[in-house]
Design a binder for this molecule. Structure first.
Ligand code: ADP
Ligand code: 5GP
Length: 199
C-alpha cells in the first residue's frame, strides 16, 4: 500500500521567499504538487491564468464560497483568495503531497479542517531585508509594498499556529530545512503505521 499524500501549508510575509525556497526544495520531485488558488486580484505582468492563479471576479468567488467549493478562503490586502477543495482531495488520494501557499487566516482554517496538515512558516531574516526583496522583485507599487510590510508585522505575531519555522537567510539552508521537514513528516508513526499491516 502506498503512503498517503501530505497536505503542506506554507505561509510567511509576501516577499519572504516562499516560492523561491519551495521551488528549489522540490525541484525534480514527482511526489509534490502545488495547489493553484483562485483570486479576485488582477494578474501581475508575466502571471498566467490557471498556473499562478485562477483569476476570477468577485461574483464567481462568492459562488464558490456558497457552494462550499473552497477548502479555505480569506481576504488579503483588498482581495479575496481561496483554495479549490476538489483538486487538493484528488491529489492527496493519489498519494501526492500538496503544497498550499496561503496566508495566516487560511492556514488557521486548514488546521481546523485537516488535523494532519503540516504548517510551515517562512520568514526573512529582518523586515529591512523583506523591504529590499520586495523592492528588488519589482512586482509591486510602493503603496502595495507598504501595505504588505504592515501585514507582515501582523502575520509574524501568528507564528505559534505553525509546526515549523524557517528563517530564509541563506537560500540553500532554507531549502534543505524544508526538505528535512518533508522527510521527518513522512517518517512519523501515524503516517506510516498502515504499512505494517502485512508484518
Ligand atoms: P514570496 O513567494 O514569499 O512572495 P519570492 O519567492 O517571490 O517570495 O521571493 C521574493 C524575492 O526575494 C525574489 O526576488 C527572490 O528572488 C528573493 N529571495 C528569495 N529568497 C532569497 C534569499 N534567501 N536571499 C536573497 N533573496 C531571496
Ligand atoms: P500574492 O498577491 O502576493 O500572490 O499573495 C498574497 C498573499 O495571499 C500571500 O500571502 C499568499 O500566500 C496568499 N494566498 C495566495 N493564495 C491563497 C489562498 O488560496 N488562500 C489564502 N488564504 N491565501 C492565499
Amino acid at each position: 500500500m502506498n503512503e498517503k499524500g501530505k497536505l503542506i501549508v506554507i505561509s510567511g510575509p509576501s516577499g519572504s521567499g516562499k516560492s523561491t525556497v519551495v521551488n528549489k526544495a522540490i525541484q525534480g520531485r514527482e511526489d509534490m504538487c502545488f495547489s493553484t488558488s483562485v483570486t479576485t486580484r488582477s494578474p501581475r505582468p508575466g502571471e498566467v491564468d490557471g498556473k499562478d492563479y485562477f483569476f476570477i471576479d468577485p461574483q464567481r468567488f462568492q459562488e464558490m464560497v456558497e457552494r462550499d467549493e473552497l477548502l479555505e478562503h480569506a481576504q488579503y490586502v483588498a482581495h479575496s483568495y481561496g483554495t479549490p477543495r476538489a483538486f487538493v482531495e484528488q491529489k492527496l488520494n493519489e498519494g501526492l503531497n500538496v503544497i498550499l501557499d496561503i496566508e495566516v487566516q487560511g492556514a488557521r482554517q486548514v488546521r481546523e479542517k485537516k488535523k494532519d496538515a503540516v504548517l510551515v512558516f517562512i520568514v526573512p531574516p529582518s523586515l529591512d531585508e523583506l523591504r529590499r526583496r520586495l523592492v528588488n522583485r519589482g512586482t509591486d507599487a510602493p503603496d502595495v509594498i507598504e501595505a504588505r510590510l504592515q501585514r507582515a508585522s501582523e502575520e509574524l505575531k501568528e507564528t505559534e499556529l505553525y509546526d515549523y519555522l524557517i528563517i530564509n537567510d541563506d537560500l540553500e539552508t532554507a531549502a534543505r530545512e524544508f526538505t528535512s521537514i518533508l522527510t521527518a513528516e513522512h517518517c512519523k508513526v501515524p503516517h506510516r503505521i498502515h504499512l505494517l499491516k502485512d508484518f
